[in-house]
Design a protein around this ligand. Structure first.
Ligand SMILES: [Ca+2]
Length: 378
């Protein structure tokens, strides 16, 4: 009888997997408050406000996600349009000296860049030195994580420090704006394909006795798991801000006036912010670079792997193997189905996941300031 129950459970699990096409699901570590994770968002529904997001009113959740059933969509319906579909939106987190982010980004087919060495903006971190509604365009420190001209750009500006005793840390003002860029050497982004973007920033320490910053701040970036930006001698703050910490994330896709080449969309999924590098989702090898338009045959391979995972323990049952062998063949809980597929594919398991220029908006006066890129010329 027990064997029959187990068999029925396996068949039920198999039907669920087949119905879902074996699609990647949000990894538990992307949702849970795992060590070092400050917050995470899988964009499975539009109720972002219930999960601590603010300064955004509407969100368009669509399918064809990187993982799970949904991702967030931003759209520019025509060349003159501001971003539509979803609102720019923010999330506060526990103040920290070091911050990391991981999210997946897909650019629509035929995606066009700005034609300039700046824009689009995409995601940002701000600090405790500015209030929760502050515009990212001119702050005591804003960090940028964005694709520019196909490269991954990490950048910083501190325009608001121009009259502080120790002045600017991110270069002189040009046309009223400043900024330091940390770009990948190569162009990395392809359209119509999910890319995993990661960044890590650590504030430099301060030599308070001599009233100067130490050149030990860190800026690192990864694309699809590969380190593509690394600087370990960065100054992000002066001694004017001895208690500065990162505490705000802002997601706000933006092309400046005249810089949008044509109508297009982008999608973001499986975002997590933490204090240590988070790493890509733990996905089977054949899922890691899944394109938005699934390759032919991929679903078939996945189905085959699932069927293999079912037939092996089934054979064990029928052959009445020892309890130890049966235990090893026991189907995992539903959320472990990716591990099942990986086992069935020969044990090639994926590595474990390690643990804005905002347009005018009535609700957020501080956000209404016209956003400009770090280093952009007026
Ligand atoms: Ca998702």
């Amino acid at each position: 009888m027990r064997e029959f129950v187990v068999l029925m459970q396996m068949i039920g699990l198999g039907l669920v997997l087949l119905a879902s096409g074996g699609a990647a699901q949000p990894h538990p570590q992307a949702r849970a408050s795992a060590e070092g994770i400050l917050f995470s968002e899988s964009f499975e529904d539009a109720d972002l406000a219930s999960r601590g997001w603010y300064d955004g009113a509407s969100f368009r959740i669509v399918g064809e996600a990187m993982a799970g059933k949904g991702c967030i969509e931003y759209e520019w319906p025509d060349r003159q349009s501001d971003v539509k579909g979803s609102s720019p939106v923010r999330h506060l987190f526990e103040p920290t000296d070091e911050v990391s982010i991981r999210f997946y980004l897909k650019l629509s087919k035929g995606w066009g860049w700005s034609g300039q060495n700046f824009h689009p903006h995409l995601t940002h971190f701000l600090t405790t030195e500015n209030p929760k509604w502050h515009s990212p365009a001119a702050s005591h420190l804003t960090l940028y994580i964005e694709p520019v001209g196909g490269k991954l750009r990490l950048a910083a500006q501190d325009i608001q420090n121009k009259d502080r005793p120790h002045g600017l840390t991110q270069g002189p003002l040009k046309g009223g704006y400043n900024g330091t860029f940390y770009d990948s050497q190569a162009a990395l982004f392809k359209d119509d394909q999910w890319h995993c973007i990661e960044a890590y920033f650590r504030l430099n320490t301060l030599d308070l006795r001599n009233d100067r910053p130490n050149r030990d701040g860190i800026v690192r970036g990864w694309c699809d798991g590969k380190l593509v930006v690394e600087h370990t001698d960065v100054v992000l703050r002066s001694t004017d801000f001895p208690t500065m910490k990162f505490n705000q994330f802002l997601m706000a896709p933006y092309f400046g006036p005249g810089l949008l080449p044509h109508a297009q969309k982008l999608w973001i999924d499986e975002l997590a912010v933490g204090t240590k590098r988070i790493g890509p989702l733990a996905l089977p090898k054949n899922e890691r670079k899944r394109t938005g338009k699934r390759e032919k045959g991929q679903a078939g391979k996945r189905t085959g792997a699932i069927l293999q995972s079912l037939t092996r323990p089934l054979a064990a049952l029928l052959e009445r193997r020892s309890p130890a062998v049966e235990s090893a063949a026991r189907p995992a809980a539903a959320h472990d189905h990716l591990a099942i597929a990986s086992r069935a594919s020969g044990g090639r398991a994926a590595p474990a996941a390690r643990p804005a220029c905002i347009r005018r908006r009535r609700r957020s006066p501080a956000s209404s300031a016209r956003r400009r890129p770090p280093g952009a010329r007026s």
